[in-house]
Design a protein around this ligand. Structure first.
Ligand code: ADP
Length: 491
């Protein structure tokens, strides 16, 4: 099959979050399975040009219809760690992608409407006719709308669209200007709850809703999150739309890249190990202690790796630090706050705990340190408020670090409580799950984990090894996406 991904990120050249990892990891897996994949991206000024090999101009004069006229664009092409990527660079006074940021401009809706229009126009004029166009999140929600309302009539009637939602929180709530700009026009036609009209904001259009209504298949990134989005407020107002289109809506778990996240070959950890040489994990624990100046004592290390924000249940992360210390464990945190207040809060805690030899808070983004923490810690806490998929629990399982998670979204599909899970036999359970958002819920799960560690070390080790046996690589998700592509192609 010939698949084109249209997205606003692709790791490592453009990465703001998990989306970038998914675009790269899925594309790689599809190619391993024998499919042809191309990726269309915006050409941001701030992307990592050092991660592109052989960048050259592929199409000099792409004229993208925009309002009454057209914007002149160049399309560049290069390989990002083996994946063929096309970068669209508009030449207009708007300077859409020369802002020094990926997201966060006031006119983001125009920037990504333009990108969607340009990407589909590029396919049109270069005679690229993929079997499947796979687009992602609100930024590319207009792609299937444009395809089925405009380009279908110009030789693109056989293309099918898979639309993946990674985060329902951001939907692209906009005014009619996106219709006038992209040539969709006909306000009265699109201002219809069956099409793009937003269900909750009078007079607004919803780009993500457009993606859902027009795509041939829609998915989010875990089966449980798909259920939550349809039946709870996690859908952020799109519940009715998802319900109306439930026959083409599902959930497919993300994978993690086992070439990067593998304790047998990881270049960032000092001692390699696997389930058969599990005792070597403790050497990484010693190195972690030395690196973060924790004292060497016979205590478990509890960790947190991730963004520090409301989505991640930051108040419970904070509580987990003090609760772990109270139960005689050590705590390591690696996190970057997404807003100033949270950053100052944790900065204050860091100063306050500075002299404590059992805790270290590292504020910022540090890829290399994250590997050592996954390898050296015993337990990770992931108390998210909502979590479409979540990668940190899957990475931890791979490194024999037992996850203590809140039972939401993808966390519920990947972590199975050793004491209470009903769906898996005891020998296949791999962590601890709690459900409420209050501190008592976290305490009940975390204390069970710490008690097992102290009172029955061999059972705890067995639990960690059971987690290592899970395969959360791109293998299964890759097969599922190929199944979806086949299904929409032949429908
Ligand atoms: P998100 O909602 O942020 O995408 P995920 O759990 O899906 O959360 O993915 C988080 C990824 O980012 C993981 O690979 C994790 O190791 C990494 N990560 C998050 N915060 C940090 C940090 N401060 N330093 C290093 N890596 C981080």
């Amino acid at each position: 099959m010939y698949i084109v991904q249209i997205a606003s990120e692709c790791a490592p050249v453009i990465k703001a979050g998990g989306l970038g990892d998914v675009i790269y990891g899925l594309s790689r897996e599809l190619e391993i399975r024998g499919h042809t994949v191309e990726i269309i991206l915006p050409m941001y000024d701030c992307m990592r040009y050092d991660q592109i090999w052989g960048l050259h101009d592929a199409y000099r004069d792409l004229w993208v219809p925009w309002y009454g006229g057209a914007v002149h664009c160049s399309v560049f092409c290069g390989w990002v760690h083996g994946r063929l990527c096309f970068f669209i660079q508009p030449h207009s006074a708007d300077n859409f992608f020369n802002r020094g940021i990926y997201y966060g401009a006031l006119d983001d809706h125009m920037r990504f409407s333009f990108f969607s229009k340009a990407a589909i126009e590029f396919l049109q004029v270069t005679n690229k006719r993929p079997d499947v166009i796979h687009c992602h999140d609100w930024q590319t929600g207009l792609v299937p709308v444009l395809l089925y309302e405009i380009n279908k009539w110009h030789g693109m009637a056989n293309q099918r669209v898979c639309y993946t939602i990674h985060n329902f929180r951001h939907q692209g709530i906009v005014g009619p200007e996106i219709l006038w700009a992209t040539g969709l026009n006909r306000d009265e036609y699109y201002y219809n709850v069956e099409r793009l009209a937003d269900d909750n904001h009078y007079g607004a259009l919803n780009m993500m809703k457009g993606g859902i209504v027009y795509a041939n298949y829609v998915n989010t990134v875990s089966p449980h999150h798909a259920w939550e989005a349809r039946f709870s407020d996690v859908g952020c107002g799109l519940q009715k739309t998802l319900d109306r289109h439930h026959l083409k809506f599902g959930g497919i778990l993300n994978g993690i890249d086992y070439d990067v996240w593998n304790p047998e070959i990881d270049r960032f950890i000092p001692v390699h190990f696997n389930a058969d040489s599990f005792e070597l994990k403790s050497k990484n624990k010693m190195v972690l202690r030395e690196r973060l100046m924790l004292r060497h004592v016979d205590k478990p290390i509890v960790c947190y790796v991730g963004r520090l924000d409301q989505q991640k249940g930051v108040h419970l992360v904070h509580h987990a630090i003090y609760y772990s210390l109270a139960l005689g464990a050590q705590f390591v945190l690696l996190g970057s706050a997404t807003e100033g207040g949270t950053h100052r809060w944790f900065w204050h805690e860091k100063q306050y705990l500075n002299q404590n030899p059992d805790v270290h808070l590292e504020l910022g983004f540090n890829e290399e340190l994250s590997h050592l923490i996954y390898a050296g810690a015993d337990i990770i806490v992931v108390p998210s408020n909502y979590e479409p998929c979540g990668l940190t629990q899957m990475i931890s399982l791979r490194y024999g670090t037992v996850p203590v998670v809140r039972g939401v979204g993808g966390l519920l599909n990947t972590v199975f409580d050793i004491d209470y899970d009903q769906s898996h036999p005891e020998g296949e359970r791999n962590g601890y799950v709690f459900y409420q958002t209050d501190r008592y819920a976290l305490e009940s799960a975390l204390s069970r984990a710490l008690n097992l560690y102290k009172q029955n070390p061999s059972a705890f080790q067995q639990l960690a090894k059971q987690g290592m046996a899970y395969d959360y690589s791109w293998n299964h998700p890759g097969a599922k996406y190929v199944g979806v592509y086949d299904y929409i192609r032949h429908r």
